[in-house]
Ligand binder design. Structure first.
Ligand code: PEP
Length: 256
């Protein structure tokens, strides 16, 4: 059985004081949600602070991005080994904002994925189509191309230690969530694509849904057979909203 996970992507938000109070509130509410794995992804500079605040908690820490390089003359970059060193267990790779705003392409993302795993981090590979691509009937081919770039370099076995996040670009931060059926169809496609290479890996790999997940739509999304939790942006910045989504993950695990 795949344990559901709810991950909060804080993006470019927060300060030392707002983060202390957010983590405090999340930790108090999360202590009774034992069936869901919870992760938070603060901005880089706050990772050591959050690692410290999470010391007595089962909530894990992730970064929002990682360099494909391990060290050297790469000004402004942060290496996977450094993230591991300050307490990260995960890193997002290929969030649609990295792809669209910073031009990160499939090839470099595949190298980031490999660098993360080499340092002992679990990559959370984000994939998803734009609205134009969906309307042109290209959802599956876009997602497959994004996955194949990593599969080609890292191999299917690498997904034993990875998470996939399906995040339709048109649903991120727009308030327009994919319906549970729309999301399930793509999650099923992703799992079937991996099944063609290795059934055991396909059954094991968590596939999270991301895109305007809220307290009032999380339960129906997480009830779908191939949706193993969520990657949450906006709603992860408010403890009570985030906890309500975590609770939906916890309940979905108890229902199976
Ligand atoms: C995200 O940024 O990964 C995301 C899913 O954002 P939101 O929940 O705000 O749509």
């Amino acid at each position: 059985m795949r344990q559901p996970m709810v991950a909060g992507n804080w993006k470019l938000n927060g300060s030392q004081s707002s983060i202390k109070s957010l983590i405090d509130d999340i930790c108090s509410g999360a202590s009774e949600l034992s069936e869901v794995a919870i992760m938070v992804c603060p901005p880089y500079v706050y990772l050591p602070l959050v690692a410290d605040l999470l010391q007595d908690s089962s909530i894990t820490l992730g970064a929002q991005n990682v360099s494909e390089h391990s060290s050297g003359a790469f000004t402004g970059e942060v290496a996977a080994g450094m993230l591991k060193d300050v307490g990260c267990a995960y890193t997002l790779i290929g969030h649609s904002e990295r792809r669209a705003i910073y031009g990160e392409q499939d090839a470099v993302l595949a190298h980031k994925f490999v660098a993360a795993q080499k340092a002992g981090l679990t990559p959370v590979l984000c994939v998803g189509e734009t609205l134009a691509e969906r309307e042109a009937g290209q959802t599956e081919s876009v997602v497959q191309t994004q996955l194949d770039a990593v599969l080609k370099i890292a191999g299917v076995q690498s997904f034993n230690q990875a998470i996939i996040a399906y995040e339709p670009v048109w649903a991120i931060g727009t308030g327009q969530t994919a319906t549970p059926e729309q999301a399930q169809a793509v999650h099923q496609f992703i799992r079937e694509h991996i099944t063609q290479l290795d059934t055991a890996v396909a059954q094991k790999v968590r596939i999270l849904y991301g895109g305007s997940v809220k307290a009032d739509n999380a339960a129906e999304l997480f009830a779908m057979p191939d949706i193993d939790g969520g990657l949450i942006g906006g709603a992860s910045l408010k403890a009570q909203d985030f906890l309500a989504i975590c609770r939906a993950g916890h309940e979905s695990a108890r229902a199976t």
